[in-house]
Design a protein around this ligand. Structure first.
Ligand SMILES: [Mg+2]
Length: 268
């Protein structure tokens, strides 16, 4: 084949590859909203007497505000090479949440080794593979502009969540993080973790008590939007009094009113 034909073929091939990658990236970043059976009536009821000053949002953090394949809070601590090797060795076996859902042991280890020091958390978060779910920051920004209170209920770590939001200019005054919070000594090493017992994916209903002053302050807001990626994320609203409740998730159609599918690491 003459040289100029080979060059043209290579250029055409490269163009096709670029187009293919662009389409693939677009598909990866796009998501679809699928109402389940319960959505229609609930949505209609909400719209009938919807008022912005009645709206309150409760959301999970890991794999909800972040993508499905993001590094999660405790993984970030357990695998960060910024932290002491001896601590990580002890922490790693505790990261299998399927067999070890309680965070007590993990938190005790953090206190024992004084890890992570407060000063390292910004770098740990910056260097991690923790990525906002497409649309999540836009949603938080919109809720901040509209003064809608947002309660993030997470079995992760408040310190990591707040740092992540801060680095994405999303730590606004309307957001309250209800998660496991490290209490630091004067030397910036964790000395205890609150609340006790910790918030796990199986105790999210305790958010109503753990975030008591938040709910007291916003008692008049009785239209709830609940977001999560796990079957138990909806539990965070179990004890909250409401007139309307609409929930959305990436899976579990039987428990939520709508599915949002197609972002990284979530079902397509
Ligand atoms: Mg989650």
């Amino acid at each position: 084949m003459p040289t100029h034909s080979m060059t043209a073929a290579a250029a055409a091939g490269a163009s096709l590859l670029i187009i293919y990658l662009a389409i693939r990236r677009r598909r990866r970043l796009s998501s679809s909203f699928l109402p389940t059976q319960s959505f229609g009536a609930k949505h209609e009821g909400l719209l009938r007497d919807a008022r912005l000053d009645k709206l309150l949002v409760i959301t999970d953090f890991d794999a909800t505000l972040t993508t499905g394949d993001s590094t999660q809070c405790h993984d970030l601590v357990g695998f960060s090479d910024l932290l002491a090797a001896q601590f990580r060795e002890g922490f790693a076996p505790l990261l299998d949440w399927q067999t070890n859902p309680l965070t007590d042991g993990a938190h005790a280890l953090m206190v024992k080794y004084g890890q992570p020091p407060r000063s390292l958390i910004p770098r740990m978060v910056r260097q991690s593979s923790m990525v906002p779910r497409p649309g999540a920051l836009k949603l938080l920004h919109r809720l901040a502009l509209l003064n809608v209170p947002v309660l993030i209920v997470s079995a992760g770590l408040s310190d990591v969540i707040e740092e992540f939001l801060r680095q994405h200019d999303a730590l606004t005054e309307n957001i309250t993080v209800c998660s496991n919070r490290l209490n630091y000594g004067a030397d910036l090493a964790p000395q205890s973790v609150a609340p006790d017992p910790p918030i796990t994916s199986f105790t999210k209903a305790s958010a109503y008590r753990a975030a008591g002053s938040f709910f007291k302050h916003h008692a008049a807001r009785r239209s709830l939007l609940v977001l999560g990626d796990s079957i138990t994320d909806i539990d965070a609203a179990t004890e909250v009094p409401y007139d309307h409740l609409i929930s959305a998730t990436a899976k579990y159609a039987e428990s939520y009113d709508a599915l949002v599918l197609g972002d990284h690491g979530s079902p397509a």
